[in-house]
Design a protein around this ligand. Structure first.
Ligand SMILES: Nc1ncnc2c1ncn2[C@@H]1O[C@H](COP(=O)(O)OP(=O)(O)OP(=O)(O)O)[C@@H](O)[C@H]1O
Ligand SMILES: [Mg+2]
Length: 212
C-alpha cells in the first residue's frame, strides 16, 4: 500500500504520523519504507537519530521533485510505502497524490486549520482525475488532552461535512497533544517504543484503521 501523509498546513503532525506509522508497520513485521518527500528532512533526521541510537532499522529515503516513478519503484520492493510530504503545495505532494492508494491528512481542531482542507480538496480532486482509486481521509491531530468534548465533536462534524468534499472520510482515531510525541521524535523512536500507553494506543488505532 502507498500511503501519503500530507496536507497544505505546516506543523500539523505529518512527520510525526509518518514516522510513528512506519515504526508500527516495522514492529508488526511488515516490509515498510519511509519516503521523506520534504526538503526539511524531518523524517530523515529522525531516522538518522534512530540509527545513532541503535534502534531497529527502518528503511528511509529522500524523494524530490516528481516522485511518481520513485514511489512506483519502491512499491515493487516494499509492502508499504509511507510518504511524508511537506506542509505546502509542492511537486512532491502533487505527484505523491497521483501515485498513492490512500491519503491521510492531519487536521488540528481549530477553524484556521479546518479551512486549510480547502487546499487538500483542490489537490485531492485534481489527483483523483488521474488516480480514481485514491481514497482520502482526515484525522484530528494534536487534540487537547483536557478536551472540551463538544469542541472535538464539533471539529469532527466540520471535517465530516466539509463542503463540496464528499470523498473525504473522517478517521475515528484522534491523536492528542502529548509531550511524548515530541520526545520520541527527538530520540528517533516511535511512541510505541516508549512507555506511554495512551500515545501507543492512539497510534495503534490509527495504524489499524489505515493498514487493516
Ligand atoms: N500529537 C502531538 N503532540 C505533541 N507534539 C506534537 C504532536 N504532533 C506533532 N508534534 C510536534 O509538533 C511539531 C511539528 O510536528 P511535525 O514535524 O510532525 O509536523 P509536520 O506537519 O510534519 O510539519 P511540516 O509541515 O513542517 O512538515 C514537532 O515538534 C512535533 O514533535
Ligand atoms: Mg513534516
Amino acid at each position: 500500500m502507498i500511503l501519503l501523509v500530507g496536507g497544505e498546513k505546516g506543523g500539523t503532525g505529518k512527520s510525526t504520523a509518518a514516522t510513528n506509522l512506519a515504526v508500527w508497520c516495522a514492529l508488526e513485521g511488515m516490509n515498510v519504507i519511509l519516503l521523506d518527500a520534504d526538503s526539511q528532512g524531518t523524517s530523515r533526521n529522525w531516522n538518522d537519530r534512530r540509527q545513532q541510537a541503535g534502534l531497529p532499522n527502518i528503511p528511509c529515503q529522500a524523494g524530490t521533485g516528481n516522485i511518481f516513478n520513485h514511489v512506483q519503484d519502491l512499491a515493487k520492493l516494499y509492502e508499504h510505502v509511507i510518504i511524508d510530504a511537506g506542509g505546502r503545495d509542492s511537486k512532491e505532494l502533487r505527484s505523491a497524490a497521483v501515485v498513492a492508494d490512500i491519503w491521510y491528512t492531519p487536521v488540528q481542531a481549530s477553524q484556521p486549520d479546518l479551512e486549510t482542507l480547502a487546499k487538500v480538496r483542490e489537490l485531492a480532486q485534481q489527483a483523483q482525475a488521474m488516480n480514481q482509486a485514491l481514497s482520502i481521509h482526515a484525522f484530528v491531530t494534536r487534540a487537547p488532552t483536557h478536551p472540551n468534548i463538544d469542541e472535538l465533536a464539533e471539529a469532527k462534524n466540520l471535517i465530516a461535512d466539509f463542503p463540496d468534499f464528499p470523498e473525504l472520510q473522517l478517521a475515528d482515531s484522534v491523536i492528542f497533544e502529548r509531550k511524548v510525541y515530541r520526545d520520541a521524535m527527538i530520540e528517533g523512536r516511535g511512541v510505541i517504543e516508549t512507555g506511554n500507553s495512551k500515545a501507543k494506543a492512539e497510534i495503534q488505532l490509527l495504524a489499524q484503521e489505515i493498514f487493516q
